[in-house]
Design a protein around this ligand. Sequence first.
Ligand SMILES: [Zn+2]
Length: 371
Amino acid sequence: MPSPELIHAPNLVRLRWLVHGFSTRTGGFSTVYAPAEVPADTPADVPADAPQDGPQTADSQKRIANEHAHRGSDRVPRPISAWAGSPPQVAPQGPEKPSDLNLGFTDHDRPATVRRNREAFLTSLGATRPATLSATRGKPSQPWPLITLRQVHSDLIHTIDRKTAKQFAESATATRKSPRLVGDGLITNVPGIVLAVQAADCLPIILVDPKHHAIGVFHAGWRGTLKRIAAKGAGRMMAAYGTRFNDLRVVIGPGIGSCCYNVGEEVQEKFESQFPWAGQVIQEVEDEEGLHHKYPMLFLNQRAPGHAPMITKLMLNLAEANRLQLLDLGVNPSDIYVVPNCTSCNPSRFFSHRAAFGRTGRLMGAVALRP
Ligand SMILES: [Zn+2]
C-alpha cells in the first residue's frame, strides 16, 4: 500500500480543527507518467489547469526539451562545455514502473486509478470518517466528500454550503466527465467537506480564517493571478463569513518558480498594467540557452568579454505576485507561508506541466474543517 508524501504548512499545522495538505507525486498507484522522460518532438498540449504563457514556438519547445534532456531534474546551471557530448539523462526504467499519486482525471490515466489515488490522499490527510460509521462497508474508514472544479484560469469562486456540497461531491464512480462547478476557487464554512484544486506548475493557494473557521482554496496560474483570484477569494470570505484580512492565514503551495517560469512580453505588459510592483515579480535575465541555441558557433570559439550578443528572457515569480496581492489587502506577512519548492526543478517529486511538456499528472492542494 503506497503512502502519499504530503506537504503541510507550519502556519496551519497547529490548528486542530483544520485538515490541510499539498500532495506530491509520491505514494500513488499511477504508472503512466515517467519522471524525467523527454518527448522532445511532441508539441505540448495545454490543459486548463496548466500555466499558459501565450504561443510557444516549435523552436522554444525544442530548446526547452534539449535543456531538460541535458539537465534532467538538476536545474543548477552548468558550464556550456559540460554539455558537449553528455548523453541525455533518461529516467531509470527498472522492472518496477514508478507509481505516482496522480490526482487529476487526465487523458492518460485510468479513472479508477485516479479515484484510488484520491482516496489514498484523503486518507493520509486525515479527511476520513471514524471507522465505526463505515465499518459495515468493510473498510477501516471512509473519506469525507471531496469538491473539485473544472478549472478554467478564471476568477470564478464558488461558495460551498451543505446543498452544493451534496450536489457536487465527487462520486465513487467519478471520471473527468462528471459534473463539476466551473471555476478556480472554492470557499466554505461547512465542516467535513474537502475543498481541493489541482495543479501542475500553477499554484494551489489555501486561505484560512481562524476566527470564523472558514476556508478557501484557489488555483492561480498567471491568468488567475492577473485576475487576483486569491485576493478576490479573501473578499468573498469577508462577504460570506465576516473574515477580516488581518486574521487570514495563507499558504501558497508548490508551483513553478521564477527560476523556470519564462513568460512572454504580453504577460509582462498585462502585469505592469495591473500591479505597481510588477517589476518585482517579472525580471529580465540573461538567457544562456537562448544564446546557445541562436548562435551555436559562438560556443566553439573563445568569446571576447563584453562583446557577446545578449539574449534575455522574462521570468515570472508567481508566488511572490500572489503574496504581494494579499499583503496589499492587509494580510500580515508572517501569516503567509510559501512552500519553497519549484515544481519544474523537481519533476521527480512534483508534477510539472513545463518539465513534462504537457504530459503529466496533477497535484492537489486541499483543505477541510474537521466536523
Ligand atoms: Zn525552477
